[in-house]
Design a protein around this ligand. Structure first.
Ligand code: UD1
Length: 433
């Protein structure tokens, strides 16, 4: 099993090109099930989760072609290889998303809405527990029921059926759910009549999905706001859309620059998707500048401890919480980090303490008392964002760090070691134990 070895202490200097967003690409790929014509997605990232979704969609009857474009061909500012993916679903060959795939990647549940809307039937394994809490799908199911689907739970599978066509409805989510909003939007796009989704998730990935559905001929308005209106259409057509830049990859490398007290330009990304993180970084003493073609992040010497609380967009993202904790472990003073989205999302804490970080968890909050110097340690990755927080701590720590079980990182970070090494980090992938 691969591991990542880091010799920390080098301030990062240089430029990092940000890729397409995993969490935007996955629902866009699922949207290909809604039409028998081709959906073309530009700026696709190359990640393990994208391969898992491709495997699932192929089993359901989707034909997938990929092409790599040379530097700058698709987006002159990108300066990196960008992939385009074309997905075409002439026929639905199977309606089942099996346990083995859903267990590996919860986002597999995003095929539920499109399958039931286009084909009248879907069988999707219940995701079960995962490393960051129970994460149920009850709100996805309730939304589909409101659109007229019949839902049965049998032998660990959700079986959703609708005899004719889904019917538009008013859906009011009792709590903000990104995946639930996406499933409801995709199902409603082909329903008869109008759907209004209230308390919809406002994440930029939702706006990207609305853009994609509209490119395919859907009538979606309000994507990216708390109220989404969808006028159902009978069929969707071919479409083309670009995946938005990955805001979590952007934030992670911004913290890599800050935690090593370096100076890095992040290009191919957007400042407006990360206001909450950049505000907190500035308060901590990090310089963040929105410049032509990117964002320049730099830090010198000492940083201050700043409290953050995770919230749905536009609040501080839960997917940046572990990375923020690593940064706060190197700041002066205390920082309180409160997790309000997921239970049990502090598994990185025992691993961070192995670097000498002083962190205490009280319920949904963690108190970090910063120290001037972390020291390298062998550590174990537990989930995607937790793993990258260990890499960040390793970049700042004195001496050698070995991060084991890095397959978690490959789910969401493309060429992580190469991107960091190009900025001067002493980091390599090795065959682990
Ligand atoms: C998405 C992101 C994930 C991010 C999360 C929150 C993708 C592929 N993943 O996950 O990286 O951390 O948003 O920003 O886009 N909930 C229920 N019932 C449901 C659905 C959700 O109780 O039916 C709860 C969850 O347990 C959690 C909260 O709602 O406590 C938010 O979850 P949700 O926004 O749905 O997260 P995901 O879409 O799974």
């Amino acid at each position: 099993m691969d591991a990542i070895r880091i010799h920390g202490g080098t301030p990062l200097q240089g430029e990092i090109v940000i890729g397409g967003a995993k969490n935007a690409a996955l629902p866009l790929m699922a949207a290909a099930l809604l039409s028998d014509e081709a959906l073309t997605l530009a700026n696709m990232p190359e990640l393990a989760d994208i391969s898992t979704m491709s495997n699932l969609l192929r089993q359901l009857g989707v034909r997938i072609d990929q092409s790599a474009l040379g530097a700058g061909e698709d987006d002159p500012s990108a300066g990196a290889t960008r992939r385009t993916m074309t997905l075409k679903t002439d026929n639905i060959a199977s309606v089942t998303a099996p346990y083995d795939l859903v267990r590996r990647m919860r986002a597999s549940v995003l095929v539920l809405g499109p399958l039931v809307a286009r084909h009248g039937e879907a069988k999707v394994s219940l995701p079960g527990g995962c490393a960051i809490g129970t994460r149920p799908v009850d709100l996805h199911l309730k939304a589909l029921e409101q659109l007229g689907a019949k839902i049965e739970l049998k032998q660990g599978y959700v079986h959703a059926t609708v005899p004719k066509r889904l019917k538009g409805a008013r859906i009011n989510f009792p709590m903000v759910t990104v995946g639930g909003t996406e499933n409801a939007m995709m199902a409603a796009a082909l329903a008869e009549g109008e759907t209004i989704i209230e308390n919809a998730a406002r994440e930029p990935e939702i706006a990207n999905l609305a853009e994609c559905l509209n490119a395919m001929g859907a009538q979606v308005s309000g994507g990216g706001t708390g109220t989404i209106k969808i006028k159902g259409v009978e069929r969707l057509n071919a479409g083309r859309v670009a995946v938005i830049p990955d805001r979590i990859e952007t934030g992670t490398y911004a913290i890599a620059a800050a935690i090593t007290r370096g100076n890095v330009k992040l290009s191919g990304t957007r400042y407006d998707m990360l206001d909450a993180v950049f505000d907190a970084m500035r308060q901590a003493g990090v310089s963040v500048e929105d410049v032509d073609g990117g964002i320049v992040v730099s830090a010198k010497d000492r940083l201050r401890g700043i409290d953050v609380m995770t919230e749905p967009f536009p609040g501080f993202p839960t997917d940046m919480q572990a990375q923020w904790m690593a940064l706060m472990a190197t700041a002066d003073g205390a920082s309180m980090i409160t997790e309000t989205i997921f239970e049990n999302r502090f598994m990185h804490v025992p691993e961070l303490t192995r670097f000498g970080a002083d962190v205490n968890v009280h319920g949904a909050s963690a108190i970090v008392r910063g120290s001037a110097q972390l020291s390298g340690a062998p550590v174990m990755a537990t989930d995607l964002r937790a793993s990258v927080s260990l890499v960040l701590a390793g970049l700042a720590a004195k001496g050698e760090t070995l991060v084991n079980r890095v397959y978690h990182l490959d789910r969401g970070y493309e060429r992580l070691e190469q991107k960091l090494a190009a900025c001067g980090a002493d980091i390599e992938r090795v065959g682990g134990s």
